[in-house]
Design a protein around this ligand. Sequence first.
Ligand code: ARG
Length: 604
Amino acid sequence: TSSSTPHSQPLETEATQCRVESVKRHLSRLVVKSLCAVAADFDVEPMLEVSKSGFGDYQCNNAMSLFPRIRESATNLGNPNAVGQAIADNLPPSRIVESTSVVGPGYVNIVLSSDWIAQRIQDMLIHGIESWSPILPVKRVVLDFSSPNIAKEMHVGHIRSTIIGDTLARIFEFANIEVLRRNHVGDWGTQFGMLIQFLFEKFPNGEEAANQAIGDLQSFYRDAKKKFDENPDFKGRAQQAVVRLQRGEDRYLAAWKSICQISRNEFDLVYKRLNVELEEKGESFYNPYIPHVLEELTGKGLITESKGARVIEGRKPPLIVVKRDGGFNYASTDLAALWYRLNVEMAEWIIYVTDVGQQQHFHSVFSAARMAGWLPDQKEEKYPKASHVGFGFVLGADGSRFRTRSSDGAVRLVDLLDEAKSQSLAQLIKRLTENGQIAKWTDEELDKTSEAIGYGAVKYADLKNNRLTDYKFSYEQMLSDKGNTAVYLQYAHARICSIIQKSNKDVEELKMTEFITLGHPDERSLGLHLIQFAEVVEQVCDDLSPHRLCDYLYTLSERFSQFYTNCQVVGSPEETSRLLLCQATAIVMRQCFHLLGITPVHKL
Ligand code: ARG
């Protein structure tokens, strides 16, 4: 993947050369021109949104706020409605706009040309969905996500980070941006002294037995911690062990490495099921850079002494970068990592995906970076830029925080995922038995399908919510085939595939010879939604909120079913055009699935 060649430029494929501007951007340019004519001396941003009123497809809302600003100079525009009318009249002629109308206090309704919508869909069929990928002014992004801690429990929060981070990575990759997918694992710090010392004392002369014992790292960690807390002598020896590890003594390094490896194997089980790729660059990687980075910050006068620690002031509370005992911490590591990402990896955008609890930490780190001049002042240039993507908690059925541990032992995250798969398998078998189709399915097909549906359901249930809100984890809800669920969407997609298949037409050929027309209102409404795919992806790139893509996908399947209910496809005079519309819907749905990390199912 791209992460192995950090300095190569993204490939310019034929499809990316055909990339088109999103509808919204296209319209915004027209509105900007009009605003220049109406209010030349004022710097106004276009205010454009998808129309909710039903009077048009898009609505320009500039008039109301513009009116009081220009009433002195433009005396001929006596009220907001007149300003709206002027905006409409000054839109440059364009084949994309069919008509405009002005209502109320100057809302300009814009109706797009149906022919143009149809043409745009046809072009996508010919050039591929990549032609609808967003064009962003960045080449390289560092995405710091998942990032569990070695020897500690990987909890549902880390799953959220993994799912959200992977989706963002996929979306940027679709936009032809190089994404460095970084797993910033917690693999450094004083707890390793404790673990290593515990290991040595428990197994004074054995590798084999040791590996076995730390197989269950979590209870190993618990036992070590217990001894550390209860036994002051042991605590002292553990602190010595940290020093020897940091000095790089072989025996200590080897023990550290094997502990990391055991954790890593466990994490990989989760990544494999979620089909997520990550490149590990843990905290230890940045450790050698810390002294130099802190020296630079000291040189800039940013680091001060406070109660024996060294801190960066600026935001409250101050950011501690050297502890009282002289050791480095989470914050010093993050400063070094940020420095490395900006100066060595030359990333233009660095994005961190963690629960909202760490927001304060990241904002302090970013503010230190701004004071140091590593990042531009927010108001001026936009890049390089650092963003924290926070998310809420996962809740259990009773509304309290979801725990992966039950009183009788640990429920591993892999088991949680596998449960979704096995429930979805049971559901599938039940349905296929009921409708007499079960004989047509091989075991392998059943396995692959239930895996795609089960894991996809877990991801979608997470992604469909605004990431900042908490959500309840419920197999029953996520595996329901009704409502806004991955299962429902998988069915919708499989149905479109079967419509196309049953028509016995070769859509690959049709798209070159036949035209799409959007005569029926439900065809048009589906078509309009299809071409809005690009701006939705653009929006997600802007505010890093994947739920927008889920909303889009759900609405798409609703519009499709409305169309399919009211417009006969096979055997109608419009058959070829309608088949192409089905094909375009299936392609856009599959692309949404792909961006959400969900494997689409073609047969259900
Ligand atoms: N290991 C941390 C945790 O489990 C997350 C690390 C996030 N990334 C970072 N660069 N601080 O909470």
